[in-house]
Design a binder for this molecule. Structure first.
Ligand code: P61
Length: 463
């Protein structure tokens, strides 16, 4: 044959593009000025100064024509909007929980559930911290305890379910502090800070078995649970033939409720919710939401936003969609692996995570290797990424000391249905360029540090 036979197993996006938003390239000089003004923090860049924006997959999704059509059907009643009831029945159908409390986004739900369930002095075990989740647990007087398996902290481990809870660590904590001091286990699917790594059904089942006998609840962070369901389908024995929809529901069935940032899996730009099975918890949450978010049938959102989320739920479980979504992340990750650039393995669900500790092995963690790497990638090409290392980890809430996470990463996050394979090529090429010049780069020092979630607004200068 004169040419290699193409693979018949390629995936393609199950959509075509109807509306486009122009992208602007900038000069190197422009970027030097922009990132300096932003204090070398990619969160502080103006999006107009960014070429390909891979800061986050949160609220950066492209909605479908079906979702946009739904926006026109927004029922903007203050109370009892019909879109709320649509969202409620969709949540019950796809996630399986009984009660729904809408919130403006994920952290609104985290705030409410933390205030209801956590008493000062409590401990909350979880499969690795997430910034906003832990912040709300601490604000409620709790202490987060990491009980994820050790492999999750090792960027090279190829464990297929690096999001799994280490049952021994969980049991040790229960023994040490007693079950009365543990209101719930905080379990995420997939685990963002570990590199978008999934938890298996086998593991969540085992966690359920252990916590149930002590009366400890499980609250799922379902933000990217659909992506987790895809990994279960492709990696866990016995799930190959099950639908994403069935796996998602099964995953949720081992938990008592969830917090949800709709800005990810639900393919929208804003929105979230809290869902629970316990009527008393629901009553309390429904009462609290009116203080912090808005009436219990809109939770800080417009009717049209609720409708877009409900419609997003129908689309998120389509197999062709989720395959292409994860396929695109894999495409970028595999390119970097082929070029021997150190990334977190296996490739995650929503992002490729660069191992800044390995790339800048000459820069001490206190000089912010990942922060530096994100700035260098921006300088090279205008591609925006995010630090996920010592800056994100923040300070210990009791001692005030800097935490030193094992993982010092840069997240290259792929928005859903937004960029093409060519954008992934350009991104990979820029990362390669920065990688090749790694020896020339020096670290940074922090010149401004805000008190809460410092990574969002901290400023840096070159050393
Ligand atoms: C993100 F740098 N994620 O990944 P909200 N749980 C999980 C999330 O990923 C999540 C929330 C809860 C964001 C936005 C973001 O340190 C950061 O709707 C697993 O953003 O309130 C959000 O949901 C909170 C970026 C949040 C960060 C915190 O890009």
């Amino acid at each position: 044959m004169p040419y290699p036979k193409p693979s018949r197993r390629s995936w393609a996006e199950p959509f075509k593009i109807k509306v486009v938003e122009p992208l602007k390239t900038t000069t190197h000089e422009h970027r030097v000025k922009a990132i300096k003004e932003a204090g070398y923090n990619t969160f502080l860049l103006r999006s107009g100064d960014v070429y390909i924006d891979l800061l986050t997959d949160s609220g950066t999704n492209a909605m479908s024509d079906y979702q946009w059509a739904g926006m026109m059907l927004g029922d903007e009643a203050y109370a009892g909007s019909k879109n709320f009831y649509h969202l409620e029945s969709s949540m019950q159908k796809y996630y399986g929980y009984k009660y729904l409390v809408p919130t403006h986004q994920g952290r609104g739900a985290e705030h409410i559930i933390s205030q209801i369930l956590i008493k000062p002095g409590d401990y909350i075990p979880g499969n690795m911290y997430f910034t906003t989740t832990r912040e709300h647990q601490e604000l409620a007087g709790g202490t987060f305890v990491d009980v994820i398996i050790d492999e999750a902290h090792d960027s090279e481990s190829n464990h297929p379910f690096k999001g799994n809870v280490d049952l021994q660590k969980l049991e040790d904590l229960i023994k040490k502090v007693g079950p009365k001091k543990i209101p719930y286990a905080s379990v995420a699917a997939t685990v963002n800070m570990a590199g978008g790594q999934p938890i298996s059904i086998g593991n969540i089942k085992a966690v359920r078995k252990m916590t149930e006998k002590h009366g400890i609840k499980i609250i799922l962070d379902a933000t990217r649970a659909v992506e987790n369901a895809y990994f279960i389908k492709t990696r866990e024995k016995g799930y190959e033939k099950k639908s994403i929809e069935a796996i998602l529901k099964e995953l949720c069935s081992f938990t008592d409720g969830c917090t949800m940032s709709g800005k990810k899996d639900l393919l929208v730009n804003i929105g979230g919710f809290l869902a629970v099975n316990d009527k008393d918890v629901f009553d309390e949450a429904r009462n609290m939401v009116v203080v912090f978010e808005g009436l219990h049938t809109y939770g800080g959102l417009a009717g049209r936003d609720l409708e877009a989320m409900a419609r997003g739920m129908e689309e998120m479980v389509e197999e062709t969609y989720i395959r292409s979504r994860i396929g695109q992340v894999e495409y970028l990750g595999q390119k970097l692996i082929d070029w021997e650039i150190p990334i977190v393995r296996p490739i995650g669900g929503h992002a490729v995570f660069l191992d800044a500790k390995k790339i800048y092995s000459h820069i001490q963690q206190d000089q912010f290797p990942a922060q530096t790497l994100a700035a260098e990638i921006y300088l090279d090409s205008g591609v925006r990424t995010m630090e996920r290392g010592i800056v994100s980890a923040g300070r210990d809430s009791k001692t005030g000391e800097n935490r030193h996470p094992k993982l010092e990463l840069v997240r290259v996050t792929i928005p859903r249905r937004v960029y093409t394979q060519a954008h992934m090529d350009v991104t990979a090429e820029s990362i390669l360029e920065v990688y090749e010049n790694r020896k020339k780069v020096k670290g940074m020092r922090m010149i401004y540090e805000p008190k809460h979630l410092r990574f969002f607004q901290a400023k840096f200068a070159r050393t």
